[in-house]
Design a protein around this ligand. Structure first.
Ligand code: ATP
Ligand code: MG
Length: 322
């Protein structure tokens, strides 16, 4: 307005007015830009502080120094509780169960009952809030996992997670994760045990084929079988399959579980297997079934026994009453 007045009074040319307006708006944008950069710096500083705090935090899960007996291992939960992160009801609530060395046991339960959580306790990916988790056998003694050397524990107890993951590396490197010394021949054997030879046959560069982001993309079922092969190559004493055979057809599944059953039987070191599943075909292959409900093992027995005696079990498997 003041500019227009000056132009009208003949004290300012119209060109000069336009130029000065342009300069003014440009300056405002530049100054705003500087403000934004300062804000970004302030945010980054706050974030960095949080990251340093996290890095300085002592690890919650500490290794013990006890060693496990060098023989087949069983698994025992004694009154194990795990509290929910924000308080509220315990997810596992005084849960007790025992797997004898070499047993194949299926764990079933509705979605969200804490089956994967239970699996994560075995290699101490998370810790329990109360009770005891023991590994060993009646003959060699039972050991509290919190006293065990973590690297030995994680070598002898392996969980194949619900969501299989592969690194952006070659197939061989992915398989050698649990068995760094394995020869190519052994890797092929591991793939055979997991019914995954056909995955290898289809790869252009065999074991040296890069997988993942910059390599070959595999289907969910193919990834699942590679994760199984990786676990078997590590020859764990306790293996937990968390829905890790969901994509296998019934015949391959039977073959894979049979292979696991035979894995080290000749060395007197039968693998103890906990299979989390909701598939009837898997459950039928187990020696025994445990049903998790309200944080506890609510029923235990053979599939036939539970089918006969437990209406909740029939509901869970979607089997009609009658
Ligand atoms: N480490 C943990 N600590 C505390 N709570 C957890 C932990 N992991 C998962 N949870 C919570 O425990 C509950 C059970 O989750 P979980 O994944 O074990 O269920 P699930 O039985 O495996 O279900 P699904 O059959 O769908 O796989 C969820 O509410 C989840 O948020
Ligand atoms: Mg789960």
């Amino acid at each position: 307005m003041y500019g227009a007045h000056l132009v009208a009074a003949g004290q300012l040319g119209i060109g000069e007015l336009v130029t000065s307006l342009l300069i003014a708006t440009t300056l405002v944008f530049r100054i705003e830009g500087i403000g934004r950069v300062m804000q970004t710096f302030a945010d980054a500083r706050a974030s960095a502080e949080r990251i340093w705090q996290l890095l300085d935090e002592p690890p919650a899960i500490r290794s013990g120094s006890a060693r496990l007996p060098d023989s087949a291992l069983g698994l025992k939960l004694e009154q194990v509780s795990v509290s929910a992160p924000g308080g509220g009801l315990n997810i596992l609530d005084q849960c007790s169960l025992t797997l004898q060395p070499g047993e194949i046991v299926a764990l079933v339960g509705a979605t969200g009952t804490g089956k994967s959580l239970l699996a994560s306790l075995l290699p101490r990916l998370s810790d329990i809030s109360a009770g005891r988790l023991l590994l060993g056998s009646d003959s060699a003694g039972w050991h509290d996992i919190r006293q065990l050397d973590l690297s030995e524990l994680r070598r002898r107890v392996h969980v194949v997670p619900q969501e299989s993951f592969l690194f952006s590396d070659t197939l061989a490197a992915n398989l050698r994760l649990c068995a760094p010394q394995a020869s190519d021949e052994q890797l092929r054997h591991g793939l055979r045990l997991a019914a995954a030879e056909d995955v290898l046959e289809r790869l252009p560069q065999g074991l040296a084929t890069p997988l993942g982001d910059r390599g070959v993309t595999l289907s969910g079922g193919q990834r699942q079988r590679l994760s199984l092969a990786r676990a078997l190559l590590g020859t764990p004493d306790i293996l937990c399959l968390d829905d890790a055979t969901s994509a296998l057809d019934a015949i391959s599944e039977r073959q894979v579980l049979n292979n696991i059953r035979q894995l080290r039987r000749d060395q007197g070191r039968a693998t103890t297997l906990l299979v989390i599943s909701s598939k009837l075909s898997t459950i039928l292959l187990a020696d025994r079934v445990l049903m998790l409900q309200h944080g506890k093992i609510a029923a235990s027995g053979t599939h036939a026994e539970l089918l006969h005696s437990n209406p909740d079990y029939r509901d869970l498997l979607g089997i009609d009453h009658g």
